[in-house]
Write a protein that binds this ligand. Structure first.
Ligand code: 6CM
Length: 272
């Protein structure tokens, strides 16, 4: 990917194509915007998807993780929302690493295999992933589209957040949305097919502000990270094992992933 810098006074840029003829494109566009809206609502003011309020279950420094208990047809589908703030990386960098298939195994440790099964456009791929088996349940796989985009300030305003008017706008904002897709041509073979909707929303704040963009360093970068997920295990999985797994693994994932990004970019030019 070409390294880019931009003037902070420039309007934010939208990078997904204006149009795309793929049959999934209307769904990709709609769900990405919905997930962006949902993620940016404040935990304190809003219900978790499916109703009810968020319960804080892990906290470490700036990092806070919330969940809501939700069962669908007897299966644990607890929505999760995690918020974190880190310094030294931009929203673009944190989202780019999450989207890129090339580095997936560098930070994702739930995987046995990962394959890109379709390339919809430069910002959108379809993945087939086989996850490591968790005893005593059957092994799971997932098929999902993954879409990355920069959100411009007009889209942000049009997205109409009830609680955003009092908040400062970020200097830029990126989102990656992963959402399951039904693909009968990809057999689940020995696995149960799990379904998911996951979003990673990252906001860059230049803090302290710089008047001269050429003086921008990594010390000025503050990145607010919001990670939301809702996973349906797709078949029998003991509720207590699944909840214990999520409670242990999500905080570990968020810490490991953000540290991975910080370490990776620390001596590299800034990709705003
Ligand atoms: O969001 C994350 N990773 C993305 C890229 O891989 C993508 C994948 C999400 C699926 C995560 C599944 C985790 C659970 C796998 C085992 C399920 C076994 C069920 C049976 C248990 C009794 O969005 C990071 C995901 C981090 C998860 C901790």
């Amino acid at each position: 990917l070409k390294l880019r810098t931009m003037s902070l006074s420039q309007p934010l840029e939208v990078i997904p194509p204006e149009r795309c003829d793929h049959e999934l494109w209307p769904e990709i566009d709609r769900i990405t915007k919905e997930q962006l809206y949902y993620a940016r609502l404040e935990v304190e003011d809003t219900p978790a998807s499916g109703g009810g309020s968020w319960e804080l279950f892990a906290e470490d420094g700036e990092m806070r993780l919330y969940k809501r208990e939700l069962e669908i047809d007897g299966l644990v589908c607890d929505p999760l929302k995690a918020v974190h703030t880190v310094r030294g990386v931009s929203a673009h960098e944190v989202c780019h690493q999450f989207f890129s298939p090339d580095v997936r195994f560098d930070w994702e440790n739930t995987l046995e295999s990962m394959k890109v099964v379709e390339d919809i456009n430069p910002n959108t791929l379809i993945f087939h992933q086989i996850h490591k088996r968790v005893w005593p349940a059957a092994q799971r796989d997932t098929v999902f589209w993954s879409h990355i985009r920069r959100i411009d300030s007009n889209t942000l305003r049009a997205n109409g957040h009830p609680n955003s008017s009092s908040k400062p706008l970020p200097d830029n904002l990126w989102v990656v949305c992963n959402n399951s897709v039904q693909r009968n041509d990809i057999p689940a073979s020995r696995c149960l097919r799990m379904t998911l909707v996951v979003s990673l929303v990252c906001e860059t704040y230049i803090d302290p502000p710089v008047s001269d963009i050429s003086k921008l360093t990594r010390d000025h970068l503050k990145c607010k990270i919001i990670y939301c997920s809702k996973i349906n295990p797709g078949g029998w999985a003991p509720a207590s094992v699944l909840r214990a797994l999520y409670k242990r693994e999500y905080p570990k994932f968020l810490k490991r992933y953000t540290q991975y990004c910080i370490d990776l970019y620390k001596d590299k030019p800034i990709m705003l």
